[in-house]
Design a protein around this ligand. Structure first.
Ligand SMILES: [Mg+2]
Length: 454
């Protein structure tokens, strides 16, 4: 408690953090040849004296890949007045109220609605609220959600624009059913973890030798699925996919990911040309906005499955993808839509339609965040991990205080309170853009090189 009245949110800090990942082609795909994995990072500060380590805070971020971080950081800052001054008790007791207030700002809503930079900014702030609420509750977010009463959880969801597919009554029924056997599933989760798959072998900028080596390593590490980026050159893709299939054998699933590279007809033709190597799903074959296009691709490439979602902006587009039977696999992203509240809506929609959720992750901290949502889904909603895997990419975890730990191809369940969204202070100091230690040194070295050539 503060000295004067109830504890309040006292500040919202935005920090621009960028990692120079483009220099090793880490993260390179058919549409994003030079990603510098970045985070527009938000800290909600309070004067609540919870616990030993200083005032309660909530941390979260939006993932971008470089220069977009300027715009993203500005958008998060535009939400400051909605949260600064709010009582901490009320915020933690009902994150949905904050979510509705942020989405309801009429002047900022004009920039969407419910999509794009502003919506992602809402997601970052909402996720920071959930981090704060979970820290106060002394639980990881997945357990906070799994332990919650169905009525409370159902009230966290905004049913506007999705009620034709999912009503509050539907949600309540699903959440009540999800409680059956939840304790046993929680024990299983803590023992075995949640299955993952790895994209690390398949970046487009990697040599065939590196691809094969990393694919073999993935199998040795216990993964039962890997993923390859495709879509730049068909002959290359045929060769790379054959090499990967030869390396992993027939029993390992190989997903392929075009990152929106194709038109609809091209997506069908290209995927069929790769069918000889038995790909499990084709991910983002075309524009994330093209619901009917995805449905056409799905009919054209079966039995190869169609997966999408990492760039789907909101629950409304997910609803239509399900209604149009356009996808076999739904890929939520923890930092694309409007935070935990909207992802709850998407998980409920997927459960209602019986479509497996295989989250997108990687980037900066997306693995850390999204595991909480899948683990909740297993314990207290869909009740299964069958045909469900969380994407795993093995870089940048060292910058997080509560990093992902993989064991035998599974994500272990985090037990620390919060959303696992907090970066080490030293990492922030080094990679803050443009004035962090790494970037300052990098610029100085470039200047010196320029001088020596002069
Ligand atoms: Mg992808």
């Amino acid at each position: 408690m503060s000295d004067h009245g109830p504890a309040r949110v006292t500040g919202l800090d935005v920090i621009d953090i960028r990692f120079p990942t483009s220099r090793q082609s880490d993260g390179s795909d058919a549409m994003n040849p030079d990603p510098d994995y970045s985070a527009a990072y938000v800290v909600l500060r309070t004067d609540a004296r919870d616990g030993a380590g200083g005032p309660l805070e909530g941390h979260a971020f939006t993932f971008t890949i470089g220069r977009g971080n300027d715009v993203q950081a500005a958008a998060i800052g535009a939400l400051r007045d909605h949260v600064v001054g709010l009582p901490v008790d009320a915020v933690c007791a009902d994150p949905g109220t904050v979510s509705r207030a942020l989405n309801g700002d009429s002047q900022l809503r004009w920039l969407g609605p419910d999509k794009g930079v502003m919506h992602m900014a809402v997601g970052a702030v909402v996720n920071a609220v959930w981090d704060m609420a979970a820290r106060r509750a002394g639980k990881p977010v997945w357990k906070l959600l799994a332990d919650a009463e169905p009525e409370w959880l159902a009230d966290q969801v905004d049913y506007r624009y999705i009620e034709d597919a999912l009503s509050r009554d539907d949600a309540l029924m699903l959440l009540r059913e999800g409680k059956e056997g939840a304790f046993a599933r929680e024990a299983l989760l803590l023992e075995r973890g949640y299955p993952g798959y790895t994209t690390s072998p398949g970046w487009l900028g990697y040599s065939d030798e590196k691809l094969v080596r990393l694919a073999e390593q993935a199998v040795a590490d216990g993964f039962t699925q890997i993923k390859l980026k495709v879509g730049a050159d068909l002959a290359d893709d045929v060769r790379r996919l054959r090499a990967a299939r030869a390396a992993v054998g027939a029993d390992i699933r190989i997903a392929i990911d075009a990152n929106q590279r194709w038109n609809v007809a091209e997506a069908v033709e290209w995927t069929k040309a790769l069918a000889e190597s038995d790909p499990y799903w084709i991910e983002e074959p075309t524009s994330p906005d093209d619901i009917l296009g995805h449905a056409t691709v799905r009919r054209g490439v079966a039995p190869v499955k169609v997966a999408t979602g990492e760039h789907v902006p909101n629950r409304i587009v997910f609803k239509q993808l399900l209604q149009a039977e356009a996808i076999d696999v739904l890929q939520i992203d923890a930092a694309r839509v409007g935070g935990v509240n909207e992802n709850l809506a998407v998980l409920l929609l997927a459960a209602k339609y019986g479509v497996p959720v295989c989250p997108h992750a990687g980037g900066v901290g997306l693995c850390e965040l999204v595991r909480h949502l899948s683990m909740f889904d297993f314990v207290a909603l869909s009740k299964t991990t069958e045909d469900r895997v969380i994407e795993y990419v093995d870089h940048l975890h060292e910058h997080f205080e509560d990093p992902v730990v993989m064991a035998n191809g599974h994500y272990t369940a985090p037990t620390a309170p919060g959303f696992s969204s907090r970066m080490h202070a030293a990492s922030i100091a080094a990679y803050r853009y443009p004035d962090g230690d790494f970037w300052a040194a990098d610029r100085a070295a470039a200047e010196q090189q320029k001088g020596s050539h002069a």
